[in-house]
Design a protein around this ligand. Structure first.
Ligand code: SF4
Ligand code: SF4
Length: 712
C-alpha cells in the first residue's frame, strides 16, 4: 500500500496569484507543470522518490494537462524515454537517484546526448552524497563532463529551484543538449515558498498529438559516421550556446561583499551551508547578506569562463567550495585563470577536505583557514580564528560528557517478512557451515548488520546473482544470492537469472517477494497485488522464472522458519545442477500494517470485533541466554531486569510495538530453543461467547487463587 499524497497533489493545482508552500522536491514537481512538460518518468530512489510518487497520484491533473507519466522499471528505461525529445518539440523530465541510477542509465544517456535534443530534456537527479547517503560516494559531475550534458546545482531555496527547472528546459532547447539538475537530500527537503504560476499545457501532448513521424534524418541517430559530427557539435556549437544562455539569463549569482580582495566560489547546492558557516564566523547575517563576496554556481557544468575571470580578476585569492573528489571545478578555474594570465590564487582542497560532506562545521574550519592564509584587507583575522575554534571546540567536551555511544545501525522493521529468511540461513549454516552470500540492494541488505552480519558482496541493484557467477565455480559449496522482487524486475531478471540459465550456472537464488519496492517508499511494481488503478499489473515472479526454464523452484512462506531452513538445506545439498530458486513469500510488514491499521480503525469505529496477535515471553521460563534475540534481531524483542530476585541475568521480553508476526515462536521452535514464548490475542469489542469464556476463566483462576485481568 503506497502512501497517499493528496495534500501535495492539491498544491500542484495552484495558479498565478497564489503562493506555493512546501518542500523543495514538490516545488520541482510544480515547476515541471509550469514549464509545459509533455511527459515525465523515472525510477524511485531517495531523495527524489516523492517527485514520481506525487506525479503518479496527480493522475487526473496530469490528464487534464495532457502529461504522460511513466513509472519506469529502471533508470535505463527512464533515460531512454527522453528519446522522445530527440525528434520532437516535446519537453520531458525524468528522475532517479544518482550516482547509482545514472550508472544504470548511462548507455541511454550517451545515446541521447550525442544526437542532442529538439525539445527540452531534463533529468532530475537525487544526488545522494554525504551524511545519510545510502549509495557509493561518487558525483554525477563526471557524467555531465563526459557526455556534454549540462549540470544545474541550484541554490537550495524554492524560488531558485523553481527558476532553475524552468530555465533548465530553455537551456536544453537553446543548446540542444540534455540538462541534469541535481538535488542533495537537504535541497529536496528544504521548505519555503514561491509565487506560483499557472500550469501550462504543452503545445504537443496526448491532448494535441503530433501528426506522424518526422522525415527520416540520419543525424538524429547516435550512429557512425554521424557520431563524429555529433562529437564536434557538442564542443563547437552546443557548449558555446549553453555558456551564452547561462550568461545572458544570469543563471549564476554573485553576492557582493565588503572584503572584496578575496572571494568564495561555491556549487549552488552548498550555498546555504557556506552562508551558515559565514554567519557563525560573523561574516554574514541570517538573511544571506555576506561580507565576503560569493559567486554562486547554479550551473556547475559548464563553467562560464568570462564570469569566472570577471569574479576573480580583482581578487588576490578565491576559495572553491566543491564537495567531493576529483576537484573538477577547481581544476577548471585554475586553467581558466592561467589562460587569461590572471594571478589570483585558487584554494579549495587543502583548507577543505578532499572527501566527505561539506557541512557547516567543515566549512567553518575551511573558510577560517582560507581567511587566515589570505588575510583580507581590514578583516580581524584573530577574531575569525577564535570564532572558528569556539564553533567546534564544544564537541570534544560534549563527547567526553556523554561517553561512548553504542552504534545504532538501521535494521528491518518490526515483523519484517525478510528477517525470518536470514534466521533460517543462520540455522542452515549451523549445520552445513558458512557459505558465500551475494547480497543486493533493498531492505534485505539490513542483514549485513548484526545480529545476522551476512553478505560478502553488493554489486548493485538486482546484481546479486550475477555477482555470484564466478564465485560458485571456484568455491567448494554453492553460493546464495539474495534479491528482492524490486531488484528482480529492475535488473536481476536479465543480468542474473537469464545469464545464469544461459551459462548453465549452479547456485541458489532467494527472491524476497514482499510485493513492493519497499526500501524506496513502498511503490507498486510489476508483480504487486495491486496498482494505483486498483487491479494487479498481472506479472508474476514464479511464472516468469518457470517460463525461462527454472526447474528447481520452491515457494516458501517467509515466517515458516522450519520449512525455510529445510528448503535451504535441500537447495544446498541436492545433486541436481542448475539454478535453484526459493521464492520467500511474505508481504512487507510496513505496508501490511498501514493497511491493517486503517481497516481496524474502521471496524472499531463501527463497534466491530478486532483481534490483534501479540507474542510474549514467560519470565519464569526464560533462562536469560538471549539466543532468541541473536537469531531474530526484532526491535520489539528486547531484555528487561529479571523479576526473580534470585536471578541476575536480564530476561527476554516482547514490547508493545510487537506486530505478532510469530517469528519469535517460529525461531524458538525451529532452533529448538526454549518454550518461553506464548501467543496471546488482544480482542477489542469481543463477541458474547468470548465475554462468557473470559468471565468463566476469571472465575476459575480466581478460585484457584490467581489474578484475573479485566476484559475490555
Ligand atoms: S519496509 Fe517492509 S520489507 Fe522493508 S524492512 Fe520494513 S517490513 Fe521489511
Ligand atoms: S512476534 Fe516476535 S519477531 Fe514478530 S514482531 Fe513480535 S517480537 Fe518481533
Amino acid at each position: 500500500m503506497e502512501r497517499s499524497f493528496k495534500k501535495e497533489v492539491e498544491a500542484l493545482r495552484l495558479g498565478a496569484g497564489e503562493t506555493f508552500r512546501g518542500e523543495g522536491i514538490l516545488a520541482v514537481t510544480k515547476a515541471l507543470l509550469q514549464s509545459g512538460v509533455s511527459y515525465v518518468g523515472g525510477y524511485q530512489g531517495a531523495p527524489v522518490s516523492h517527485l514520481l510518487d506525487v506525479m503518479v497520484e496527480a493522475e487526473d491533473l496530469l490528464a487534464d494537462l495532457g502529461v504522460h507519466v511513466e513509472t519506469c522499471t529502471n533508470e535505463a528505461s527512464a533515460a531512454a524515454m527522453l528519446g522522445a525529445s530527440i525528434n520532437y518539440p516535446l519537453r520531458g523530465a525524468v528522475t532517479w537517484k544518482s550516482i547509482v541510477g545514472t550508472n544504470v542509465a548511462a548507455d541511454a544517456l550517451s545515446n541521447l546526448a550525442s544526437p542532442g535534443v529538439l525539445g527540452g530534456a531534463l533529468i532530475i537527479l537525487g544526488e545522494d552524497y554525504g551524511e545519510g547517503a545510502s549509495v557509493i560516494q561518487e558525483r554525477s559531475y563526471a557524467y555531465a563532463m563526459k557526455s556534454s550534458m549540462w549540470l544545474i546545482d541550484p541554490r537550495p531555496d524554492l524560488p531558485t529551484i523553481v527558476a532553475m527547472v524552468e530555465k533548465g528546459f530553455e537551456l536544453s532547447e537553446a543548446s540542444h543538449a540534455p540538462v541534469m539538475l541535481e538535488l542533495r537530500i537537504r535541497a529536496c527537503h528544504v521548505t519555503g515558498e514561491f509565487p506560483a504560476k499557472d500550469n501550462r499545457r504543452a503545445a504537443f501532448s496526448s491532448l494535441n498529438r503530433i501528426a506522424g513521424p518526422p522525415r527520416f534524418d540520419y543525424a538524429r541517430l547516435a550512429h557512425p559516421p554521424l557520431t563524429f559530427v555529433q562529437e564536434r557539435l557538442k564542443i563547437e556549437d552546443r557548449l558555446p550556446a549553453a555558456r551564452a544562455f547561462i550568461r545572458e539569463q544570469a543563471l549564476n549569482q554573485e553576492l557582493p561583499g565588503q572584503y572584496d580582495d578575496v572571494g568564495i566560489i561555491v556549487m549552488g547546492g552548498l550555498t546555504n551551508n557556506v552562508l551558515r558557516a559565514l554567519t557563525r564566523l560573523e561574516l554574514a547575517d541570517v538573511y544571506g547578506e555576506t561580507l565576503i563576496p560569493v559567486y554562486v554556481l547554479n550551473v556547475v557544468y559548464p563553467l562560464v569562463p568570462e564570469e569566472v575571470r570577471a569574479f576573480c580578476a580583482s581578487k588576490r585569492a578565491v576559495l572553491v567550495v566543491e564537495e567531493g573528489s576529483p576537484d573538477y571545478i577547481e581544476q577548471q578555474i585554475n586553467v581558466e585563470l592561467r589562460r587569461a594570465d590572471i594571478r589570483t590564487r585558487v584554494f579549495g582542497k587543502g583548507p577543505l577536505p578532499a572527501t566527505g560532506e561539506y557541512n557547516s562545521e567543515v566549512l567553518i574550519g575551511g573558510i577560517a583557514a582560507f581567511l587566515v592564509e589570505t588575510r583580507p584587507a581590514g578583516l580581524d583575522i584573530t577574531a575569525v580564528a577564535g570564532m572558528a575554534l569556539a564553533a567546534v571546540d564544544h564537541k570534544g567536551a560534549a563527547a567526553q560528557a556523554v561517553g561512548e555511544l553504542p552504534a545504532r545501525p538501521p535494521t528491518f522493521c518490526t515483523g519484517c517478512p525478510e528477517r525470518p529468511v536470514f534466521a533460517a540461513i543462520k540455522l542452515m549454516q549451523r549445520e552445513l557451515g558458512p557459505t558465500h552470500i551475494s547480497a543486493d540492494i533493498g531492505c534485505h541488505a539490513f542483514a549485513t548488520f548484526a545480529p545476522f552480519s551476512m553478505g560478502n558482496s553488493i554489486l548493485g541493484y538486482g546484481m546479486s546473482l550475477a555477482s555470484a557467477a564466478a564465485v560458485g565455480p571456484n568455491l567448494d559449496r554453492r553460493p546464495i544470492a539474495v534479491m528482492g522482487d524490486g531488484g528482480f524486475w529492475h535488473n536481476g531478471l536479465i543480468t542474473g537469472v537469464t545469464s545464469n540459465l544461459f551459462n548453465k550456472g549452479d547456485g541458489v537464488l532467494i527472491v524476497m517477494q514482499n510485493g513492493y519496492t519497499s526500501a524506496t517508499g513502498l511503490q507498486y511494481m510489476p508483480s504487486s497485488k495491486a496498482s494505483r488503478q486498483g487491479a494487479a499489473p498481472g506479472m508474476d515472479v514464479e511464472q516468469t522464472l518457470r517460463s525461462l526454464g527454472v526447474k528447481w523452484l520452491r515457494k516458501v512462506r517467509t515466517y515458516s522458519v522450519g520449512t525455510m531452513t529445510k528448503t535451504l538445506k535441500e537447495a544446498m545439498r541436492t545433486a541436481e545442477r542448475g539454478l535453484k530458486v526459493i521464492i520467500a513469500d511474505g508481504e512487507c510488514q510496513l505496508a501490511r500494517q498501514r493497511r491493517v491499521r486503517a481497516q481496524d480503525a474502521e471496524r472499531l469505529a463501527r463497534g466491530a470485533r478486532v483481534a490483534r496477535a501479540r507474542f510474549g515471553v514467560d519470565d519464569d521460563i526464560c533462562t536469560g541466554d538471549h539466543s532468541c534475540i541473536r537469531l531474530s534481531g526484532c526491535p520489539s524483542l528486547t531484555v528487561k531486569p529479571n523479576p526473580d530476585p534470585l536471578r541476575t541475568d536480564p530476561v527476554a521480553t516482547v514490547i508493545e510495538s510487537c506486530v505478532g508476526c510469530g517469528l519469535c515462536g517460529e525461531v524458538a521452535h525451529a532452533a529448538v530453543l526454549c518454550p518461553s514464548f506464548y501467543r496471546a490475542e488482544l480482542v477489542r469489542n469481543p463477541h458474547l461467547g468470548e465475554r462468557l469464556m473470559h468471565w468463566l476463566r476469571r472465575l476459575v483462576i480466581g478460585r484457584l487463587g490467581g489474578r484475573a485481568e479485566a476484559v475490555s
